[in-house]
Write a protein that binds this ligand. Structure first.
Ligand code: TRP
Length: 336
């Protein structure tokens, strides 16, 4: 029997709702991989504290809503390990050990810190933002994953994680699996409806280019119907000269499973408006049940807490075993 690869990833609770890009690009492929991989997925709420001026109520709310959407979207808490970072104290504990292995200059080279601290002015950055990549290394190494799917902006942090794992292993003995960064599971790329050459994003200037999973059917349909389209009238896939129509076709293909050429055939002789109606219907049919299920879960905090406790217990079993080996190897006296 071959072992399934172990995969770990996290997504910050920094929006009120997942958008269609998060769903088609990350959540859905993640759900589909639950039988072929051993998945650990967590909400890095400790990382969210690095935004110094965050609102605590909003953070707690977003953490809950994010979890609810993951479960509603098909994450099975028995198959995958889904948990909240702050529920597993080993993250902060391992981070300390790793901090003592990280060079000051090494941490200073992290480009995301440089970008973020430059934007807010040097005084606006806190030490947590500086050590954030070391917390991320702890998040990863505690679970001994083989792969860590991350976007380009996080690759450097995974490289640091690998360096720290190798450094620890060669100094204190083989404790850590050295993980590989991997391209996120092959999900669909979803573009902004108002600016179809940019990826759909929670930080876009206008929410009108975005489809949020928790939006009402009406809002979703309205956003799709006011998506920008291109010159001409033919429904044809051509990312360079027809980015608007191509983006709508991408969404339609991802949601319905139809091929782009089948979609061109379906809309031969029809107009952009017909495509928009079909896309709106297909998207609503896909996300409305997820929204409803998420709302049910949010209305039943005891059930959501129960599922989070399942995830926490599974996560802690792995994390505490790793931390015990780390402490032992690093010369910290066992507490008996
Ligand atoms: N830093 C990641 C982001 O902002 C989130 C994150 C925290 C993460 N810890 C992680 C991702 C561990 C993968 C693995 O997107």
């Amino acid at each position: 029997m071959t072992e399934k690869p172990r995969v770990l990833s996290g997504m910050q609770p920094s929006a009120d709702s997942l958008h269609l890009g998060n769903y088609l690009g990350a959540l859905r492929p993640w759900v589909q991989s639950q039988d072929s991989q051993e998945n650990f997925f967590f909400i890095p709420d400790l990382h969210a504290l690095t935004a110094g001026n965050y609102d605590p109520k909003v953070l707690a709310e977003r953490t809950r809503t994010t979890v609810a959407q993951y479960i509603a979207g098909g994450i099975d808490v028995e198959k995958s390990t889904l948990f909240v970072q702050s529920h597993v104290p080993e993250h902060a504990e391992l981070m300390w050990v790793l901090s003592c292995l990280t060079g000051f200059g090494e941490a200073s080279r992290m480009t995301q810190f440089k970008d973020k601290s430059a934007k807010g002015g040097a005084d606006a950055a806190n030490v947590g933002l500086f050590t954030y990549p070391i917390l991320m290394a702890a998040d990863i190494l505690l679970y001994q994953p083989n792969f860590v799917p991350v976007g380009d902006d996080q690759k450097q942090h995974v490289e640091l994680t690998r360096d720290l794992a190798q450094r620890f292993n060669s100094r204190f003995g083989e404790v850590f699996t050295v993980p590989q960064p991997s391209i996120p599971a092959s999900g669909a790329r979803v573009y902004d409806l108002q600016n179809p050459t940019a990826k759909m994003s929670k930080s876009a200037e206008s929410p009108n280019g975005r489809i949020d999973i928790l939006d009402s059917d009406k809002v979703i349909a309205k956003r799709i119907k006011s998506a920008v389209t291109d010159d001409g009238s033919e429904v044809r896939f051509d990312r360079a000269s027809k980015p608007g129509v191509s983006s709508l076709m991408d969404i339609y293909a991802a949601v319905t499973g139809k091929s782009l050429s089948a979609i061109e055939e379906e809309f031969a002789g029809k107009m952009y408006g017909h495509l928009k109606v079909a896309v709106a219907e297909a998207v609503v049919a896909e996300v409305a049940p997820i929204r409803e299920r998420a709302q049910e879960l949010l209305a039943d905090p005891a059930e959501l807490d129960r599922m989070l406790a399942v995830g926490r217990d599974k996560a802690r079993a792995v994390a505490s075993a790793t931390l015990t080996s780390v402490y032992d190897a690093a010369g910290l006296l066992p507490s008996r």
